[in-house]
Design a protein. Structure first.
Length: 146
């Protein structure tokens, strides 16, 4: 009998090496696999790098939190996207020293003040952001589209 894991309490992932470099196939229960690799000469550019996946994770966490807050504020969102950019450190380990998050949202009647309040609230509920806030400078900006 297969044990089901409560994803709100415990997450499990699995990677397996698929070539003679550093290309991995990664899976999380119930989701399609993804290709994870690195740039040459260590890797072959056959998938996302770990830092690219981190930016996607941070962006989707911020997006999920913001959408929950904006919808709770009874805002109808007709367009929502996030661009993220991370500047890497020059010394090893070359993780991010700063990350810029740019949010584009379209919602009738949404004001700058409401968006600032939503972003401030989001900072307390996005677990990925909370894990890096003390180590990486994360700047969050937004544009409300007409």
């Amino acid at each position: 009998m297969e044990n089901k894991i409560d994803k709100s309490k415990m997450l499990q992932s699995h990677i397996v090496l698929v070539n003679d470099a550093v290309n991995f196939k990664g899976t999380v229960e119930g989701n399609p696999s993804i290709s994870i690799d690195y740039t040459p000469p260590l890797g072959n550019n056959l998938g996302y790098t770990s830092l690219e996946l981190f930016l996607l994770s941070l962006s989707s966490c911020i997006g999920t939190a913001l959408l929950a807050i904006l919808r709770k504020m009874r805002k109808e969102i007709t367009h929502f996207e996030i661009y993220s950019e991370g500047e890497r450190k020059s010394e090893h380990p070359t993780g991010f020293q700063n990350i810029t998050i740019m949010i584009h949202v379209k919602s009738a009647g949404l004001t700058d003040t409401e968006m600032v309040r939503a972003i401030q609230s989001m900072e307390g509920i996005c677990p990925v952001l909370s894990m890096v806030n003390d180590k990486v400078d994360v700047q969050t900006m937004f544009q409300i589209m007409a």
